[in-house]
Design a protein around this ligand. Structure first.
Ligand SMILES: Nc1ncnc2c1ncn2[C@@H]1O[C@H](COP(=O)(O)OP(=O)(O)OP(=O)(O)O)[C@@H](O)[C@H]1O
Ligand SMILES: O=P(O)(O)OC[C@H]1O[C@H](OP(=O)(O)OP(=O)(O)O)[C@H](O)[C@@H]1O
Ligand SMILES: [Mg+2]
Length: 301
């Protein structure tokens, strides 16, 4: 049986959940025309030879490692857990992480009921912890020379201690609201995660490699644009060098004359660093005005 050999690049993304909107948005920003009809699980991109396969997040590492999909977007946590499980089973677990994406940020943490007196990692010895990530949790236990029992729950893990299923949990945390709502406190962060773009470890075939070579710079351009800002301001000519020093990442600012003003110039630049209010205030103190910080939609070097 030949799988995935129709000359179209196949990308697995989460069907619905924490990563699905951001994954679709990333490809839309890359200029891909995606029309996702209700319940359609394989969507053809209209203007590029790419198909998006909509699946459960937990299936994405396996689909990419087995070559069913060429690329995938998945959380580091899911990827690492799956790879560890496959290694234990003696199954192929190789993949390439192409880049980290800037969404889906969370941490995998151990949490215990608030009333428990936690004295450090040794307090976990002998406990029973509910988790969706037993392999990552066991690795942590081994690294710290402690033993505990794990029981697997695929969702609503935070309810386990209250119903007597476990002493504590190991689950994903972002704002901490779910822990707090369920009377739990975070005691150890065992892994930090973001969404990642992955591929299998074998090189793509000719046509697919060409599609990928077109897509990757667009993805990188979207990521770069997201963290970059276009800054414009008017500055006194005699303070120009001080102004430029203050501007974050100001390698090659453009300096333009202003109509009917010999003492002031316009300065334009792209900043790839965070532009803080404090910097704007300092620029103002130097005599700058009309300071604009604008988002950038696309970038290509
Ligand atoms: N609270 C959160 N904040 C930010 N990112 C999160 C959060 N919870 C999960 N994630 C990230 O999003 C991924 C998908 O989470 P989500 O809960 O949508 O799906 P799931 O239940 O883990 O998986 P599946 O799609 O297989 O049902 C997680 O693996 C993690 O990387
Ligand atoms: O720290 P917080 O911001 O509260 O987020 C943490 C919650 O988010 C995730 O669950 P999700 O809401 O995705 O539900 P699920 O268990 O159905 O996957 C995770 O499993 C936690 O329960
Ligand atoms: Mg979830």
């Amino acid at each position: 049986m030949t799988i995935n050999e129709n000359g179209r690049l196949r990308i697995a993304i989460q069907k619905s959940g924490r990563l699905s909107d951001s994954s679709q948005d990333l490809f839309k920003r890359c200029g891909l025309k995606i029309s996702l009809a209700d319940r359609k699980l394989l969507a053809h991109v209209g203007n590029m030879p790419i198909d998006l396969m909509l699946v459960r997040s937990s299936d994405i590492p396996g689909l990419v490692m087995d070559g069913v999909c060429d690329l995938g977007i998945v959380g580091d946590n899911t990827l690492e857990e799956h790879a560890l499980q496959r290694q234990l089973n003696g199954e192929p677990s190789a993949y390439d992480k192409i880049c980290s994406l800037k969404f889906g940020g969370c941490r995998l943490s151990i949490a215990l009921p608030e009333e428990i007196d936690y004295q450090g990692i040794q307090s976990l010895d002998g406990m029973r912890l509910a988790t969706t990530y037993p392999r990552l949790l066991n690795r942590f236990a081994q690294q710290h020379g402690i033993r505990f029992e794990t029981c697997r729950l695929n969702g609503s893990v935070e309810v386990a201690p209250r119903v007597g299923l476990a002493d504590g949990i190991c689950d994903l945390v972002s704002t901490g609201t779910t822990l707090e709502a369920n009377g739990l406190k975070e005691v150890e962060v065992i892994y930090t995660s973001k969404a990642a773009l992955i591929s299998g470890d074998k090189p793509l075939s000719g046509t697919k490699a060409q599609i990928f070579d077109k897509l990757l710079p667009r993805i990188q351009g979207v990521l770069k644009a997201r963290e970059s800002k276009y800054i414009m301001l008017h500055a006194p000519k005699n303070k120009l060098s001080e102004v430029i020093t203050l501007m974050p990442g100001s390698e090659t600012p453009t300096v333009l004359p202003l109509a009917e003003r010999d003492d002031r110039v316009a300065v334009h630049m792209v900043s790839t660093e965070t532009f803080f209010w404090e910097t704007m205030e300092q620029l103002k103190d130097l005599g700058c005005n009309s300071i604009l910080v604008l988002p950038i939609e696309k970038m290509m070097r």
